[in-house]
Design a binder for this molecule. Structure first.
Ligand SMILES: [Zn+2]
Ligand SMILES: [Zn+2]
Length: 264
């Protein structure tokens, strides 16, 4: 079924008219309401398909160029950055194959991660998701993931928080990578304590068997890209990957905004 053109029946002329209308509308909106940086709220100019950031935030939120381990995303000598594992993850049993982050949980990236935990900063999370997608395009995984899954929150925590940063990141990342996303594929079974307040062994206990795959999905032999805001010991990603692998996923890759190397 073809939609009728509202002008003279010429779809090309209609498209041209609509494009000009959009340009005029955008210019008027920008004049009346200048775009603001989604991170610092400073004035900035918008560019199509780019995060809405001012020049200073753009510089600070770029993906780090430092060599990192492809498996655990920790900084490592350049010689190990090609194949891993690095000294940090050698001998560690991880149920995800590879991980990518924008950089260390420090400075502007740390501030951005703290902000996106609040619903008000969802546009910033969208921009970080775009950056993360480009980071993956620059440094692809061994095999291309087939769909994207955010690390879920327990339903009551999600309700009280008003947003799940991992989900906003995943939606934006999936759009850039042109991958399907399943936001309700993984389910968090219980209320989880904040991982950032726990020591390494407590983190593992906190998330152990905390996730399950929804019975509505069949993921046998699928390659899945799991998205979270921070990767520290990898305990959350490891346990989410356990649920996915248990349900038949062939491989799990991880993308997170920041890699933390600090523990309380
Ligand atoms: Zn800014
Ligand atoms: Zn490593």
């Amino acid at each position: 079924m073809t939609a009728a053109s509202p002008t003279d029946g010429s779809p090309t002329r209609f498209r041209r008219w609509r494009a000009w209308y959009q340009v005029g509308k955008d210019a008027t909106t920008n004049l009346l309401f200048p775009p603001r940086c989604t991170s610092c709220d400073g004035e900035c100019s918008s560019r199509p398909d780019q995060p809405l950031w001012c020049a200073a935030c753009e510089r600070e939120l770029q993906a780090s160029k430092l060599p990192t381990c492809p498996r655990c995303a920790a900084p490592c000598p350049a010689s190990q950055a090609a194949s891993g594992p690095c000294p940090n993850c050698r001998g560690l049993k991880l149920l995800y194959s590879e991980a990518r982050t924008l950089g260390l949980y420090d400075g502007a990236i740390r501030q951005a991660v703290l902000k996106i935990k609040h619903a008000h900063y969802e546009p910033l999370a969208g921009g970080l998701g775009q950056q993360l997608a480009r980071c993956i395009q620059d440094r692809p995984f061994a095999e291309p993931p087939e769909f994207v899954v955010p690390v879920p929150m327990f339903w009551l925590q999600r309700l009280l928080r008003g947003n799940n940063a991992a989900e906003t990141l995943a939606l934006s990342l999936a759009r850039v990578l042109r991958l399907p996303i399943a936001t309700d594929l993984l389910v968090c079974r219980r209320w989880l304590k904040k991982q950032s307040t726990l020591k390494s062994d407590e983190r593992r206990r906190n998330v152990r068997h905390a996730f399950r795959v929804s019975w509505r999905y069949g993921i046998r032999n699928a390659r899945i890209l799991l998205v979270d805001d921070v990767l520290t010991t990898g305990a959350t990603a490891h346990d989410a990957a356990r649920a996915l692998r248990h349900a038949g996923a062939a491989s799990v890759y991880v993308a997170a905004v920041a890699r933390s190397t600090h523990e309380p």
